[in-house]
Each structure stands twice: as C-alpha cells, then as structure tokens.
Design a protein around this ligand. Structure first.
Ligand SMILES: [Ca+2]
Ligand SMILES: [Ca+2]
Ligand SMILES: [Ca+2]
Length: 224
C-alpha cells in the first residue's frame, strides 16, 4: 500500500511538471510512455483514463517488470478506494505481456486472454460471470480460429464443443462434436459427420450408460 501511495504521488508530480520543454525534448519517449500507460490494448488496461493508476512489478528478480496492474479509483473523494481492473503478465521474460486478466468494478474476474505460443496473438479466452468461470475458448493450432469451447458449471467443466472440420467462421460458430463430462470424465460424445449441425453418431461411456439405465434405488454404492 505504501508503494501505491508513493506511486500516486509520483504520478501527480509528473502531471504537474508537464512543461512544453519536456514535450519537445523527446516526442518518442512520450509516445513510448503513452503506450506503456495504455497497456496491451484492452480499454480497462488503459491507465491514461481518468481516475486510474498503474504500477509495474518485477516478480522474477531480473529487474524487468513482468507484471503490470491498473487500478480504478472508486467512490467519493475522501473515502475512495483503488480496485484492480486489469492485470497483465509477461511469462517468458521478454517484456511482452502474454496473460491479460480483466476485472469488473468490484474486482471480480471478467475475462482472461492468453497468448500461449508467444506469437502476439491471443489463443485462449476465459470468460467469467459473477467472478466464476463459465467458458473457455481455445485456438488449438494457433491459426487464429477457435476450435474448442469448454463450458463450466459451478467451476467444473460440464461440456465441450469442438469444430473438428473447421466449418466455423468469425460470425458463426459451427461445432461438429459435443462432449459431456461427469466427474472429470467424458461420458457422452456426439459427432456430426455430414455438417448439418445434427449428431450422426453417439458414443457413450459404457459404465456411465449402465448407471443411467439402472433405477436410482441406492446411492450408497456410488464411489463417485
Ligand atoms: Ca498465440
Ligand atoms: Ca485454430
Ligand atoms: Ca449430421
């Protein structure tokens, strides 16, 4: 907290001393600073917006900042507080940010975007509702198109949709494989073979199928 307080003082002093001579001095440096303040591009990572502060941290010990946080000032002057709304992280030490998590005004997770192969393009999206994970989307082969969506229920994967044939367009998600999970296992899988969005073949886990067919007379024998 002391560090934050110090940072806000430093940024206030910085604003006050923006003389014309400084601006002329190095437009390039200013542009670079501006880019740093805007972050990776998400509007909530942009610390140039009013009532925002950003700070950078070196968590790996190589003197290069690898985590950047943006805070929004919430509440009335005098009783305001800082809420974390963006966290950007560099995971391979090259200074670029590969993991960006966005938070709502209550500090709950909204979204996380990850560039897993460090090519500058996001290939994994995680979507949250009320701070809980509800969906993940994956570009599995890093070609810029989503192949897999996993849906979550109470924090656990409940089903997946896959576009195996690559029929999806940016405007339309066209999966051809539907998988249903139970206790961390795939218990049921439907495949659309001819692309009409209807399942042509169902595969079911034999044990799960048996358990579904049995009358639910006892739960004592269940081992989960
Ligand atoms: Ca990528
Ligand atoms: Ca892809
Ligand atoms: Ca079909």
């Amino acid at each position: 907290m002391n560090k934050l307080a110090l940072l806000s003082i430093v940024s206030a002093v910085g604003c006050a001393s923006t003389h014309a001579s400084v601006e002329v001095n190095s437009a390039q440096q200013a542009a670079q600073d501006e880019a740093t303040k805007k972050g990776t591009g998400d509007p909530r990572c942009d610390a140039t917006q009013p009532d925002r502060e950003s700070s950078e941290y070196d968590t790996s010990g190589n003197d290069l900042p690898d985590v950047r946080k943006v805070f929004a000032r919430m509440g009335e002057p005098g009783s305001s507080r800082l809420v974390l709304i963006c966290r950007e992280a560099d995971v391979n030490g090259d200074g670029k940010k590969y993991v960006v998590r966005i938070y709502d005004n209550e500090g709950r997770s909204l979204r996380e975007d990850v560039d897993r192969n460090f090519d500058g393009k996001i290939d994994q999206h995680t979507i949250f509702q009320n701070g809980e994970i509800v969906r993940q989307e994956f570009d599995d082969n890093f070609d810029g198109r989503i192949e897999t969506k996993i849906y979550y229920d109470n924090g656990k994967p409940s089903r997946a949709e896959r576009d195996l044939a690559g029929r999806s367009t940016p405007a339309q998600w066209r999966p051809d494989r539907w998988e249903y999970f139970d206790g961390g296992k795939t218990v049921r899988m439907g495949t659309d073979l001819d692309g009409d969005a209807r399942v042509d073949r169902w595969d079911r886990d034999a044990a799960w199928k048996k358990s579904q067919e049995q009358p639910a007379t006892s739960v004592a024998g269940s081992d989960g």
